[in-house]
Unconditional design. Sequence first.
Length: 462
Amino acid sequence: MSDPYEKLEAYLLSSTTTSPPTPEGLQVHINAIRGGIVPKLGALSAIWPGILQVLAYPSLSNESVALLVDEVVEPIITSGTSNWEEVKTTVGDAETLLATARADTHPKVKKAAIGFLSFYDFLDGEEKCFELVQEIVGIITIEKQPEGAIARVEKVIDQFLTSYFAVRPAVIKSVLAIRKKAQSSATIISRVQELTLTILRHNAFGVDDIPEDLVIYRIANDDILAELMNIQFYESLLDLYLPPTIFIMAKPAYLEIAQTYKSLTAINLERSAASRTLGRLSKSRVGVFSEIDNSLGIVRNLTLRDEIDRTMLALIPGEYIATVNPQLIRNFPVSTASLVDILINWCHTKEALDLLQLDTPGLTKLPVPELLRVGKALAESYHGKKLLVSLPGVMEVLLTRRERMGYTIMRLRGDVVDALAESDNATLGPYWYDRVREEKIRGHWGSEENGEAKVDIMDRAA
């Protein structure tokens, strides 16, 4: 008998209730196993009957149990050299292992039971497998869960998600339904967050599969979600579903996050996450801009305001455009860059132009390089051209040459002229049609076409 596992098996089976294995005796055999022997398929079958026998001895010391599990059982589990058929035959089926994991027994044995469950093949049908997963999910709330056990629970659930797709939302609900017990620590809550994100990453069908409970920011005070759905976790959820235009959030979430941002007691990390999240959520559902506006009415932080306004850029003008509060654009002190980006993004449809209600005084307040950028975008669409010719003051600025035009100004102005020159007399009208043709013939550089480009202060603003 040369196999160290077989020798250990013989030693265990030769023991009795009155003469259990001693730590010293176990150590001799464990040292032999440590001597470079890699667990192989069948090692579990060879050793388990003896382990099962001695674990039943009431006089077996906790030290001996820990030694057996850590040095003999755990290497077999972590090596992956066993399989579910062997585990089921020698150790027990899924129900037996679950009972062991929940039992009032040695924590090392509980962890090993969960480890054996990680070999489960999920071939018993979707319904039965899901029931098993729900049971396994419940294990993570057991007090004093041994180190590493929760990671094994996650592994089992991950394997289930790989095997079955249709019930993923139900698994998410199962995780969200976990209640806190006694001294549930922050570590447990953090692990539930990680587990939830792991499950959501497997969601192959889009956000329609996310249960409604997930988007409610506050529910019963005794529910784990009260601590689970903090601001950093919300931001992590958004990372899974970019762009967040499809992530439907309940209105109270905006108010809660706004309060987090405005709170004098919030730490910088929370305030920063709240700022980013509010900006990203502002494009997450129809009609949200007025809600954001109302909930953040007293916030005067221009960085946050600008961040929220920038999120409008992802909106497709059309059905969403009618829900936007025009005052958000016209009245808030957003930065010039943000305002110009919004104008350029939205000026290609009549609905957007009607909403923006662009006028000469408003546009001519922009620096010339920025106005030329907006003018170029307007000139590239039919409705934009019609708007420009209705604003003679803007057209004059766009077409007027200056004594010291730097390269940036000349290039932008040339782009505007080129775009307008593609229109006919009916679109531009006789006066502007002739003006545009004249500028087109003169070229971008005019009488200084072959001269060196000059630089003026307006270039620095572009």
